[in-house]
Design a protein around this ligand. Structure first.
Ligand code: AMP
Length: 281
């Protein structure tokens, strides 16, 4: 396994791999790897000849009041996890190489970037699509792997790949959870033991909604109301949003029919957590 720091060098390596007719599987991450990330890497290992994992805490997707500085960076542990899974290359660039002086170009997927998490994190998805577009041009993957955990991100990236004719396939993999339902996230380490308990309320609320839909309730307002009531029982919880939307347009739906995306963002203390579920009417 090689660790590559320069975008130019990575681009050269990718070209050589492609020239040999080999396929590249790519897993973009911000590091602090957990089983969620590892599930994407394992899948890439199965599907493609050469696996590239990027580890880059991307400054342009963090707001000024957000956790860029304190975001966990356990790089040594990440390296050994990648090695144990047979990763071929870790791409770990410096921010100043990704955004050198004079950098002026951003990629924005309109509308989809402004709703749900976009409303509460202005500029976040612009930062995500910009870095992912750059990473795609540097790594030139045949398949790139994303987690359903960040459902809005996956939808936005699929839109970008289609709209900008990136010659690659996006695979979205299921959410990996703790035994008690909490979706794995690099940010879970911020939680105190009490908050860690309270954090289960996100997945509990999703299961509650699923139960309501199964029992025949289709009215999304009603479902969201029940979820709110459950989450509000936790003192540490503050809801950013709960929304039931069309999985392509991210527009709210009134009645559950076909496939809908139920997504929520909730602060537990000072930690913002997200989760989601696909509802079938
Ligand atoms: P991050 O390092 O948080 O940017 O995440 C890198 C990739 O891992 C993204 O595509 C995430 O959606 C995915 N991911 C994060 N957490 C999970 C999880 N619990 N299950 C599956 N995929 C995940």
């Amino acid at each position: 396994m090689k660790i590559i720091r320069s975008p130019k060098q990575m681009q050269g390596i990718s070209k050589e791999i492609k020239d040999k007719g080999k396929t590249i599987g790519f897993v973009p991450t911000m590091g602090a790897l957990h089983q969620g990330h590892l599930s994407l890497i394992r899948r890439a290992r199965q599907d493609t000849d050469v696996v590239v994992v990027s580890i880059f805490v991307n400054p342009t997707q963090f707001g000024p009041q957000e956790d860029f500085q304190r975001y966990p960076r356990p790089f040594r542990k990440d390296i050994s996890l990648c090695r144990s899974l047979g990763v071929d290359y870790i791409f770990h660039p410096l921010a100043s190489w990704m955004y050198p002086e004079g950098f002026k170009t951003y990629v924005l997927v309109e509308d989809l970037s402004e709703v749900l998490c976009g409303r509460f994190r202005p500029g976040h998805f612009r930062g995500v699509t910009t870095v992912v577009a750059k990473l795609f041009n540097i790594v030139r993957p045949d398949i790139a792997y994303f987690g359903q955990k960040d459902a809005q991100q996956a939808i936005i990236i699929k839109r970008m790949v289609c709209d900008l004719n990136f010659p690659l396939k996006i695979k979205v993999m299921p959410i990996i959870r703790e035994e008690d339902g909490l979706a794995l996230s690099s940010r879970n380490i911020y939680l105190s033991p009490q908050e860690r308990n309270d954090a289960c309320v996100l997945s509990e609320a999703l299961r509650l909604a699923q139960g309501l839909v199964k029992s025949g309730i289709k009215d999304t307002k009603k479902i969201i109301c029940h979820m709110r009531a459950l989450i509000k029982k936790k003192k540490s919880a503050k809801i950013d949003y709960i929304a039931i939307v069309d999985p392509k347009t991210l527009k709210p739906v009134k009645k559950i029919s076909g496939r809908c995306l139920l997504a929520l963002a909730v602060w537990i203390g000072k930690t913002r957590l997200i989760d989601n579920l696909c509802l079938k009417g």
